[in-house]
Ligand binder design. Structure first.
Ligand code: HPA
Length: 251
């Protein structure tokens, strides 16, 4: 019997594997909700077992609105994970959240639509009205923040994540509205993942990687967002991620 992982990590755009994983074992768990985006890879990092799943598939073939969020989380639970650290590539809206910043948001606003956002729809599943006042598990957030501090990786503690439908990026007016609503970050994959994790009673926190200024939010209001810039910024900012994951595991 293999040991259950101490932590599961879901990788986002530009993060299709976890650097430094050793002794990797690959699992393809079935779930009541269908197939996850790809295999779950379980390996050793900093002396602990960690499970990794690429949210969009290992070849980035699944767009944000088509991700089977239920299957992904159920697959991680099936391999024994109880804590999930979600890596989300995002755009920055407010001043502290410029490109290449790492952040651990503490709030979210859901602007997505038409996604299956609960487990309750399955026949036989209990109807749950889960508490979601704090959408991210405070104790896991605290571990992420402490791990970043211990590793000397700069991380913004807090912020509000606005989850949009995608796959297109937002208009300037949409970002201006999100700023008025109180959003600091914008991404396409934060929901329903966080709510489903709560329904599954998984601890869940988000490590957001700012890839770009959201539309009209940066110093050059006419800037056009390119995939090249997004991937270069994610690659640069991701350098600190293994140390944070290692610290969360060790904490
Ligand atoms: N908007 C939405 N999602 C994103 C962005 C953005 O600007 N950048 C990376 N993911």
């Amino acid at each position: 019997m293999t040991m259950p992982p101490d932590l599961a990590v879901i990788g986002g755009t530009g993060l299709y594997q976890l650097a430094d994983l050793q002794d990797v074992e690959t699992r393809q768990p079935g779930t009541p909700y269908g197939a996850p985006s790809g295999p779950v890879r379980i390996g050793t990092l900093a002396g602990h077992r960690v499970a990794f799943l690429a949210r969009h598939g290992e070849g980035h073939s699944v767009p944000p609105h088509k991700v089977n969020y239920r299957a992904n989380l159920a697959a991680l639970q099936a391999v024994g994970a109880t804590r999930v650290l979600a890596l989300n590539t995002v755009g920055g809206i407010t001043g502290r959240f410029g490109p290449r910043v790492l952040a651990c948001p503490d709030q979210l606003i859901d602007y997505t639509w038409g996604r299956i956002s609960t487990l309750c729809e399955e026949p036989g599943n209990e109807v749950l009205h889960v508490d979601f006042g704090d959408p991210y598990t405070p104790s896991l957030r605290a571990r992420v923040i402490a791990a970043a501090q211990a590793a000397g990786v700069v991380l913004v503690d807090g912020g509000c994540y606005g989850a949009t439908q995608g796959p297109r990026l937002e208009t300037r007016a949409e970002i201006a509205r999100m700023r008025r609503d109180g959003c600091d970050l914008v991404g396409m994959t934060g929901m329903p993942e966080a709510a489903l994790a709560r329904e599954l009673r998984l601890e869940y926190a988000c490590l957001a990687i700012v890839a770009n200024w959201a539309a009209g939010a940066g110093p050059d209001p006419d800037e056009v967002i390119t995939l090249e810039d997004v991937l270069a910024n994610v690659a640069a900012a991701s350098a600190g991620v293994p140390a944070i994951v290692g610290g969360v595991l060790a904490g």
